[in-house]
Design a protein around this ligand. Sequence first.
Ligand code: PMP
Length: 355
Amino acid sequence: MSGNGYTLPRKLRELVPYAPLSGSYRIRLDANESFLSPPPELMEELMAAVMAVDFNRYPDPYAVELCEKCAAFFGVDSSMVVAGNGSDELIGLIVSWFTEPGDTMAVVSPDFSMYSFYAQPCGLRLLTVEKDPGTLVLDVDALISRAREADARLLIFSNPCNPTSLAATRADILKIVDGLPGCLVVVDEAYMDFAEGSILRMAGEHDNLIVLKTCSKAFGMAAIRLGFAVARPGLILALKAAKSPYNVNSMTQAVGCVLFSHPDYLAGCADEIRASRDTLCRELSALAGEKAEILDMRPTCANFVFLRLTDAKGVYEALLARGIAVRLMGDRLRVSAGAPIENRALLSTLREILR
Ligand code: PMP
């Protein structure tokens, strides 16, 4: 390499990458994925749809058929939907295009770290409203008044929350949306299929609201990278203008179209994951009763549980050494609900580690 004096810009030199775990582990409970993969009949249909793709052609830039099918599934008009390369892409687009340098973007903490990650190159002021460290509950009135004081232009948060697994009520979310009229409020409902209180159907009634959905969690389609933003048509048109031209590839569009023509399958997936989560939760609570090392476990509205431990890092490493990947977050572990056999392996390994 010849040294020609090029240096990376400061924002890149200072960037702390979002580094999901890579490598292979016997049991993956670290990324809140679904443990279900499509049954053989559906798999055949998905494969046939992929085979019918015109591989020499660009994808439909606006994924029209897919958005129509998804809108029908969500019960909204298709003018209220845009598809993204995962909801991650849509978060990045919203943060960079619905703000100006110097604007304040509000987030809550703890929450999904990608919101502030995407803010880094945009020259935004970040207002972080902390949740109560004990209960992890969002103080809605405090959030509204802090965001108002800071004149926030954008507020983004997940509901149910990743990682706390708690959900705010629909009434609370609407209070936030109505309480911040000059601020775009983005409610990320990645885990709402496991909870209650979606405000998706109300997206058209509020001019400052975008709701995000993903196929990566309840629908078990993390591999295809497909997410949606739902909002009034004016906001959707703006997002369509800002997105890259062919952001959702043709295979993903084809698979997504098949998926949304099986609403019963999708609802069944969410039910099955919820049942696994409930069992995991019950058994972990019982374990917490036996083992003093488990300090706290919140009730969960998502497909994962959030535990506080005396030595979260030690337990994380011990699990990893035994081929079980979970997510370490400070003094807590976030554990996705797996297949029953995976949950049992997790529990027996935890029993072994927490002597
Ligand atoms: N929002 C939240 C709250 C998430 O936890 C995740 C994934 N971990 C995403 C969005 C990203 O989802 P997608 O796979 O659609 O990019």
